[in-house]
Design a protein around this ligand. Structure first.
Ligand code: C5P
Length: 285
């Protein structure tokens, strides 16, 4: 048996640089792990199955954790496993819960069955499962390009206090990308910020990072799910340095100067589900 922690991420920014021939979009995004996590247990079993504490999450082959097992079982000598997931990361919220679970299961199976897999090949397998999965193999803070799989790790030690807000409506990632083309995005394509400006901004603080970056999926997500825009406005009034939607939404996050300010804002927020979190450096950075 093996026990794993599967951390969530936020996208501190997300720029869509262009459309690709393979149907995906070229991105520049800044991933950061946060301390919110699911607990996963793997144990050998007669057949592969998933038991998840959240009944709304499909516990079948469509679950990214199951896909992680299938991807390794089709290449290596991997026995069936029972995957228990204690869910704390809200599903479909732009926090990468499913992708993080998949990466944790990949790592867990490699350890459990002592698989002879190179790090580079594991990253390729991760990308087959989803665009965000390679990030979760490394965690911490990373500037990503391509579909999100070309990762430049940033050795920062940020511990920014964050307030996560859940507007209560899901936003489908494919729908947000499709809707992007109905917004002004195509006329104003983002240009990459680049690692140097990102590092300078991170050192200057969240307000500076907010000034030089954005999330290009906000306009389409706001039009698909108006409560997301309302959540951004509500948190912007709460005195945060940076307020933004994570990924394709619907989770919104706000970065505060101190834990005290964050907690005071959390106490004032009305009619919006919120939860405190903190940026987390990967164990290996
Ligand atoms: O890779 P993942 O399964 O997370 O992608 C879900 C969907 O999000 C894709 O099918 C695509 O519509 C969209 N997407 C995209 N460009 C990316 C990542 C995702 O268009 N870089």
């Amino acid at each position: 048996m093996i026990e794993l922690q599967s951390f969530a991420k936020i996208n501190l920014f997300l720029h869509v640089l262009g459309r690709r021939d393979d149907g995906f979009h070229e991105l520049e995004t800044l991933f950061h792990e946060i301390d919110l996590c699911d607990a996963i247990t793997l144990r050998e079993a007669a057949r592969t199955e998933i038991r998840c504490s959240d009944p709304s999450i499909p516990a079948d082959e469509s679950n990214l954790a199951w896909k992680a097992w299938s991807a390794l079982a089709s290449r290596f000598d991997v026995a069936p496993v029972r995957i228990d997931i204690d869910k704390r990361i809200p599903a479909g919220g732009g926090l990468g819960g499913g992708s993080s679970n998949a990466a944790a299961v990949l790592r867990g199976l490699v350890t459990m069955f002592d698989l002879p897999v190179e790090e580079r090949d594991l990253a390729t397998i991760a990308l087959e499962i989803g665009s965000d999965v390679p990030f979760f193999l490394v965690g911490g803070c990373a500037l990503a390009s391509g579909r999100g799989e070309r990762l430049m790790r940033l050795r920062t030690r940020l511990e920014w206090p964050v307030l996560l807000a859940f507007p209560g409506v899901p936003v489908s990632t494919p729908a947000a990308f499709a809707k992007l083309h109905e917004t002004s995005w195509s006329e104003h394509m983002s240009t990459p910020v680049g690692v140097e400006r990102v590092e300078t901004a991170l050192a200057a603080g969240a307000a500076e990072l907010f000034r030089i970056s954005g999330n290009d999926l906000e306009p389409p997500a706001f039009s698909l799910a108006p409560p997301v825009e309302a959540a951004v406005r509500q948190l912007a009034d709460a005195g945060a340095d940076l307020v933004r939607m994570s990924g394709s939404g619907s989770t919104v996050f706000a970065v505060f100067e101190s834990v005290r300010q964050r907690d005071a804002a959390a106490a004032r927020v009305d009619g919006l589900a919120v939860r405190p979190a903190i940026l987390r450096s990967s164990a290996s950075t």
